[in-house]
Design a protein around this ligand. Structure first.
Ligand SMILES: Nc1nc2c(ncn2[C@@H]2O[C@H](COP(=O)(O)OP(=O)(O)OP(=O)(O)O)[C@@H](O)[C@H]2O)c(=O)[nH]1
Ligand SMILES: [Mg+2]
Length: 291
């Protein structure tokens, strides 16, 4: 078969496992993953290269009924990605009932359905009714984004659906995202994992400094601002005696060190920016443009 190359958007509901699949396929943590819905806020690009196929992936925010300005821009970013790609890979959670609303929305589009989280099903025949229902939208491949089960079959189905073409990226390139932006994602991920209540949804990260003058000796220094909306939220992120911010810093640093393959000095500062989630100028500065 001729070599295939094309763009694939990972789309679906919040929490279905889109970012987990991106990380699994590129073999690194470049997208934030958490048990909370609406973890992803922007499009994140990844490249998967296997014999005969190069797929340029776009991880997108989950499709949901957006209310706030930030959420509206998240959904816009997902829709913009969907309009531009060769193929949609619709990630669905095998633990949830058939999603008729999105099925109607994707009808007639070129779609491969990834029925995700099947590692949680000891009894695989139980998946058959769901596979039948989603089969109306396209080929259905049961996968586990977490373990990688089924992902080879998924790539095979993508290859069948993508156009012929030569690879566009070197085979060791996994993303075009800037390292500093991925670092911001990895800090934000820890806020999603460690902070309760509304905190993740009022937090944004800005990398203020990324000093790699000693990178060849294996050291990188990163200064990041953790932005929240109110003083009371700042108190929660800092935690009693600075405990929470310390934990966020330690856990994020480990993941950033793995990404950069260097020792990292990660310095975090928590700042209050009143109502940033509704402020168009700040949203734009933070890269939440809806594109
Ligand atoms: N058991 C199991 N859990 C999974 C699998 N894939 C994802 N998860 C879990 O599902 C949760 C959501 O995963 P994400 O990858 O953040 O989901 P997402 O679709 O990117 O979500 P948003 O960014 O909020 O739209 C996390 O707790 C993951 O660990 C899987 O194959 N098996
Ligand atoms: Mg995500």
């Amino acid at each position: 078969m001729a070599h295939r190359t094309g763009t694939v958007a990972l789309v679906g509901r919040p929490n279905a496992g889109k970012s987990t699949l991106l990380n699994q396929l590129v073999g690194a943590r470049i997208a934030a993953v958490s048990p909370r819905p609406q973890t992803t806020r922007n499009r994140i690009m990844g490249v998967v290269t296997v014999p005969g196929l190069q797929a340029v992936l776009v991880d997108t925010p989950g499709l949901h009924g957006a209310k706030s300005e930030l959420n509206r821009r998240m959904v816009m970013a997902a829709e913009a990605a969907m309009a531009e790609v060769d193929l949609l890979c619709w990630i669905v959670d095998a633990f949830r009932p058939h999603d008729e609303e999105l099925a109607a929305r994707f009808a007639g589009k070129k779609v491969v359905v990834a029925l995700n989280k099947v590692d949680g099903f000891a009894d695989k025949p139980k998946l058959l009714p769901l596979m039948g229902a989603y089969g109306q939208n396209g080929v259905v491949v049961p996968i586990s984004a977490l373990t990688g089960e089924g992902t080879d079959t998924l790539l095979g189905e993508w290859a069948k659906a993508l156009p012929e073409g030569e690879a566009l990226y070197p085979d060791d390139q996994i993303t075009d995202a800037h390292e500093r932006d991925i670092c911001a994602e990895l800090v934000r991920e820890q806020v999603f994992l460690l902070c309760g209540q509304e905190i993740p949804y009022v937090t944004a990260i800005e990398i203020e400094g990324f000093d790699e003058t000693r990178r060849n000796e294996g050291y990188v220094t990163i200064h990041a601002r953790i932005m929240v909306e109110k003083q009371s939220q700042k108190a929660i992120v800092v935690g009693a005696g600075g405990k929470m911010i310390k934990r966020i810093g330690t856990d994020a640093r480990k993941r950033i060190e793995a990404l950069l393959d260097a020792k990292v000095d990660l310095r975090l500062f928590v700042v209050v920016e009143k109502d940033w989630t509704a402020n168009p100028r700040l949203l734009r500065e933070l890269g939440y443009t809806g594109e």
